[in-house]
Each structure stands twice: as structure tokens, then as C-alpha cells.
Design a protein around this ligand. Structure first.
Ligand SMILES: NC(=O)c1ccc[n+]([C@@H]2O[C@H](COP(=O)([O-])OP(=O)(O)OC[C@H]3O[C@@H](n4cnc5c(N)ncnc54)[C@H](O)[C@@H]3O)[C@@H](O)[C@H]2O)c1
Length: 257
């Protein structure tokens, strides 16, 4: 039997680089997967390509009513939610403090923090009623270390770790496990946007600089992050809760090779 055979997963940011790899990995593990993201066309196309064991809903994770509708739609489709993958996120604008607009700060916090808060607030009571579950939040190495020019993103990813710790403590006696996965740069739209945001004239130079700071000397692949997320969401990770799981090529250990 496959590792997560018959389990039901809800994945936010499901049509993005890491989200799509998570969806595929969970389906390989035997799970039914409900996709949540912003773009109806992308959701419909990806769900159709993946087959009958999927469902989808358009929702902005920062919108309380929208997320509530998405969770309701997932339970209506599959009857329960065993795994919550709170993965949607935005990088926001790159600017030093003093130049970062309040509205830009607020938007990053709304998606990356309120979005996770809403996901936890909806899933924890549901999982309590079901007798348990597992939630994995996609934080970042920016949830562990700072990064110049990315104060909002860094603050939001640290906040995601804080939400995870409280949720893990609240969930422990109810058989609900909650963890974060903290990747270093991963080869998706987001890192390319950051490269271009830092240096529009020469994004490759930024890529080279970032890669030079990673002991393994490369970006991660979405599948490598998905592997950790799918493990933590599965019963194979039965004793893992309240943890910060780096997938970072050694980045948070130090610098240099
Ligand atoms: N790529 C990296 O280098 C990297 C590194 C560390 C952590 N992360 C985190 O991984 C997660 C996934 O990012 P990715 O690299 O796949 O980027 P991505 O841009 O490919 O995917 C992000 C997805 O989230 C969706 N999304 C954005 N705002 C949303 C909202 N308000 N409501 C619903 N969906 C929304 C987007 O539509 C997109 O599909 C993010 O939380 C990101 O912060 C990424």
C-alpha cells in the first residue's frame, strides 16, 4: 500500500512551482488532492490533467470567506481533510526599510501570515473532529535568517514559524501534527522574480551570487522540497511535530564550501 493511500490533502498555492510538485508527490503516495490557488484556468487545467482524484477551488488565502468556502468545497468533495499544505506565498517588493511602502508590507503579511493563520484556524477544528491530521506550512530559510531588502518577506516567514509552534502545541493532544518546511532558493517563478527584482539588468549575476552562498552550490528543485513536505504530511512522520525542517543545501549551517 502506498504511504498516504486514501488520505485527503488540501494544498494552497497548488499551481505554483513547489505546490504543483507537492500535489504530484502526494498523488504518487496515493492521496486525493484538493488544489487551492488564485487562477481558475490554471486550476482547471491542472486538475483535469491529474484526473479524478483531484478537486479545486479558487481562493485568496488571505480572504476569510474565500478560504472557508475552499475548505467546505474540499470536504464536500472528499468527505474529510487529513493533510493541510499551507504553501501559498508571495515574495513582495524588494526595497530597504524606509522605501518599502506600508501597503506592500501589509500585502505580504496578509498572504503569508494571515493566509497561514486562516488555514490553521479552519483546519485545526476540522482535524480535531476527525481525530487527527497533519499540517505543513511552507516557510523559508527567510524564516530563520534575515535578508537585506526583504524585511516583509523575512518577517512573514518568521511569523509562519511562530504560528506553527503554537499550532503544534495546541494540536499535540488531538493527534494533529504541525511543522514548517524551510527551503533555500528553489528553482521556481518566485526566485526568478527575486533575481530580476534585485537586479533587472542582470538577474543571472544575482543567481550566481545566491548560489555561491549555498554550500551545495545550487538551487533546490521543487521535487526536493515536495519530498520533505509529503513525508511530514504522512503517517511515516508520526513523531514529528513543532519542527523546522530545512531543505537548503546546507545554507542555514553556514557559508562557504
Ligand atoms: N522558490 C523559492 O526560492 C522559495 C524558497 C523558500 C520558500 N518558498 C516558499 O514556497 C512557497 C511556494 O512558492 P513557489 O516557489 O512555488 O512560488 P510560485 O510563485 O511558483 O508559487 C506560489 C503560488 O502561490 C499562489 N498564491 C500567491 N498568492 C496567493 C493567494 N493570496 N491566495 C492563493 N494562492 C496564492 C500563486 O498563485 C502561486 O501559484 C511560498 O510560500 C514561498 O514563499 C519559496
Amino acid at each position: 500500500m502506498r504511504r498516504s493511500q486514501g488520505k485527503v490533502a488540501l494544498v494552497t498555492g497548488a499551481t505554483g512551482g513547489i505546490g504543483m510538485a507537492v500535489v504530484r508527490r502526494l498523488m504518487d503516495d496515493g492521496a486525493k488532492v484538493f488544489l487551492v490557488d488564485l487562477d481558475e484556468q490554471a486550476l482547471r487545467a491542472q486538475s483535469e490533467a491529474l484526473g479524478d482524484e483531484t478537486g479545486w477551488a479558487v481562493a485568496d488565502v488571505s480572504d476569510e470567506a474565500g478560504m472557508a468556502r475552499a475548505v467546505e468545497a474540499a470536504t464536500a468533495r472528499f468527505g474529510r481533510i487529513d493533510m493541510g499544505l499551507l504553501n501559498a506565498g508571495i515574495e513582495g517588493k524588494i526595497a530597504p526599510l524606509g522605501e518599502l511602502a506600508v501597503a506592500d508590507f501589509d500585502r505580504v503579511m496578509a498572504v503569508n501570515v494571515r493566509g497561514v493563520f486562516l488555514g490553521l484556524s479552519l483546519l485545526m477544528p476540522l482535524m480535531r473532529r476527525q481525530g487527527g491530521g497533519a499540517i505543513v506550512i511552507t516557510s523559508s530559510v527567510a524564516g530563520i535568517r534575515g535578508s537585506a531588502g526583504l524585511a516583509a518577506y523575512v518577517a512573514s516567514k518568521h511569523a509562519a514559524v511562530g504560528l506553527m509552534k503554537s499550532a503544534a502545541l495546541e494540536g499535540a493532544r488531538h493527534n494533529i501534527r504541525v511543522n514548517t518546511v524551510n527551503p533555500a532558493p528553489v528553482d521556481t517563478r518566485m526566485i526568478r522574480a527575486l533575481e530580476a527584482g534585485i537586479r533587472p539588468d542582470d538577474p543571472d549575476a544575482i543567481r550566481a551570487k545566491l548560489v555561491a552562498g549555498i554550500p551545495m552550490g545550487r538551487y533546490g528543485k521543487p521535487e526536493e522540497v515536495a519530498e520533505m513536505i509529503a513525508f511530514l504530511a504522512s503517517d511515516a512522520a508520526g513523531y514529528c511535530t513543532g519542527g523546522i525542517y530545512t531543505v537548503d543545501g546546507g545554507y542555514t549551517t553556514g557559508t562557504g564550501r
